[in-house]
Design a protein around this ligand. Structure first.
Ligand SMILES: N[C@@H](CCC(=O)N[C@@H](CS)C(=O)NCC(=O)O)C(=O)O
Length: 178
């Protein structure tokens, strides 16, 4: 800031934005969730908090550890995808490679972990199942033939989407174009 006249007393846009960045968005990234004036950042920390609050984090500490492990396993793969790569050709090549050569192994491992169970962990739905549903929707939008093998994890996806609250949300949520 600085200068004389009106320009000297009105803060510049950039100083307002940088102020917002460090007060409202502590680490400068979204998503964030504010609970009673406390801001939580990091999507998985937010999801885990909401899961605990709503009884879908796993019934025991052991189940919760398995839920976290599955979420982190799926997230490891989703984070390898170079979403922010600016070079279109490089981005396309890395996406193709990961979806063709790496994703099938992950899906096979998830299929094995799920086995014939109804849910990934425990006897009822957890946020690991929700996370699988969300991430697999993205994966299918990028490579639809991933659905051609590992049938049980796709049945699980449909099971999650058939839950009344999830089905209602799918009807009303905004459409996202990748
Ligand atoms: N690991 C973080 C990643 C957060 C993140 O990278 N958010 C992006 C949007 S998807 C962002 O806010 N970018 C703004 C920036 O980097 O300035 C999470 O899962 O919340």
């Amino acid at each position: 800031m600085g200068g004389s006249g009106i320009a000297g007393v009105i803060p510049s846009l950039s100083s307002v934005l940088s102020g917002l960045r460090f007060t409202a968005i502590p680490f400068g990234k979204v998503p964030i969730l504010e609970i009673d004036g406390v801001i939580i950042h990091q999507s998985l920390a937010i999801a885990r908090y909401l899961a605990k609050e709503n009884g879908v984090a796993g019934k025991t500490p052991l189940e919760q550890a398995l839920v976290d492990a599955i979420v982190d396993t799926i997230d490891d793969f989703m984070s390898m995808l170079p979403w922010a790569e600016k070079d279109h050709d490089v981005k396309q090549r890395v996406f193709d490679d990961l979806l063709t050569n790496t994703a099938p192994g992950l899906l096979q491992d998830l299929e094995k972990f799920l086995g014939n169970k109804n849910w990934l962990v425990g006897e009822s739905v957890t946020w690991a199942d929700f996370y699988w549903d969300v991430c697999s929707t993205t994966l299918l939008s990028l490579k639809s033939d991933l659905e051609d093998s590992n049938p049980n994890i796709w049945v699980l996806k449909r099971r999650v989407q058939a839950l009344p609250a999830i089905a209602a949300w799918i009807q009303q949520r905004p459409k996202t174009i990748l």
